[in-house]
Design a binder for this molecule. Sequence first.
Ligand code: HEM
Length: 133
Amino acid sequence: MPRLSAWFIRSAMAYLALGFTFGALLLANKGLPLDPALWRLLPVHIEFVLVGWTMQLIYGIAFWILPRWRSWRGNETPVWAAFWLLNIGIWLVALSQSLGWDPIWLVAGRLAEIASAVAFTANAWPRTKPPGA
Ligand code: HEM
């Protein structure tokens, strides 16, 4: 497995563990009210499982299995950019909603996530082709 895929997939699993833990806390808090402030974890739970887990797993597997030129997987620089932009975006979206920051940080986080998809596509697009093309 390429190093980049390992970073994406390990990171995805960390978000899954955190996302499920926060989900379990939210669920427990519904049956046995512990602290109303725990509801602040809801946007973090949603962002971690929907974007942190699923998107990073997709990026990690796609970078690994898309067609190569012999053993070369294309320019890795935009894919590293995609990794950091996605992770910065996830934390900005999660923290800005959870802690009630100015909505500009939510917009900044979403823009970082969109930029991450564009950067990932720069590598994946030319690799998406039938055999021999
Ligand atoms: C990949 C798996 C999961 C995904 C994609 C997911 C996604 C979501 C989403 C989108 C919401 C917001 C729903 C809404 O506002 O209507 C939510 C809420 C919630 N999730 Fe998850 N979740 C996942 C796993 C879990 C797990 C494993 C637990 C518990 C152990 C959990 C506990 C909760 C709770 C308690 C809420 C709040 C429900 C409420 O509004 O009363 N989630 N989840």
